[in-house]
Design a protein around this ligand. Structure first.
Ligand SMILES: *[C@@H]1O[C@H](CO)[C@@H](O)[C@H](O)[C@H]1NC(C)=O
Ligand SMILES: *[C@@H]1O[C@H](CO)[C@@H](O)[C@H](O)[C@H]1NC(C)=O
Ligand SMILES: *[C@@H]1O[C@H](CO)[C@@H](O)[C@H](O)[C@H]1NC(C)=O
Ligand SMILES: *[C@@H]1O[C@H](CO)[C@@H](O)[C@H](O)[C@H]1NC(C)=O
Length: 155
């Protein structure tokens, strides 16, 4: 078994070349933002029975550069009672009884002129049982008016 662990760091790199980022960082890393040092909203007030969703929204408690003066990092968890597509792109098809985690970084100022942000994702599990990541074809269909890359975890 493997269980996803909540992300601990928001990364920022000085670079915009996203090819090959699985093997090496896209550029010089800035000091990461530690999510444990964020102030988070009270999630209870964000529970929405109509959309079966809850939102965690936070920003750094200490923000010496002022990057998050108007910014926030948001995690939104939504459960789907039936199959369909969400209203927001990339509108991936989902089945009933599944849930989605949406991550949004909004309004934060980059620390350079060509910043690329990344979020740490980790899986916990007993060694070889952990999945590998396989890049899939990009999604570019009538439901997604942009190009998205789909990465698949394979056990
Ligand atoms: C981006 O990085 C890849 C792999 O490191 C490299 O082959 C490619 O030339 C780079 N592209 C640009 C525009 O620098
Ligand atoms: C969060 O909000 C709920 C209800 O709105 C309240 O009962 C609870 O005490 C709050 N928790 C914190 C840590 O403020
Ligand atoms: C935050 O927003 C205010 C009002 O729009 C703007 O004047 C200010 O420059 C912004 N600060 C940053 C760090 O983006
Ligand atoms: C961003 O670009 C401007 C204009 O070229 C330059 O003055 C500034 O120093 C650059 N900022 C950083 C952080 O590199």
């Amino acid at each position: 078994f493997c269980i996803p662990r909540p992300p601990r760091q928001l990364f920022e790199f000085d670079g915009t070349n996203t090819s090959g980022t699985a093997a090496k960082p896209p550029g010089k890393p800035y000091p990461p933002y530690l999510l444990a040092k964020f102030s988070w909203n009270n999630v209870t007030g964000s529970l929405d029975p109509a959309t079966l969703s809850a939102t965690f929204q936070g920003h750094p408690i200490h923000d010496p550069t002022g990057a998050f003066t108007n910014g926030s990092l948001t995690f939104r968890v939504q459960a789907f009672p039936r199959s369909g597509r969400p209203t927001q792109p990339p509108r991936l098809l989902h089945t009933a009884d599944t849930c989605q985690l949406e991550v949004a970084l909004v309004g934060a100022s980059p620390r350079g002129n060509r910043s690329l942000f990344g979020l740490e994702v980790a899986m916990l599990g007993p060694g070889p049982a952990c999945p590998s990541v396989q890049g899939q074809q990009s999604i570019d269909d009538e439901y997604a008016p942009a190009v998205f890359q789909l990465d698949q975890l394979l056990w």
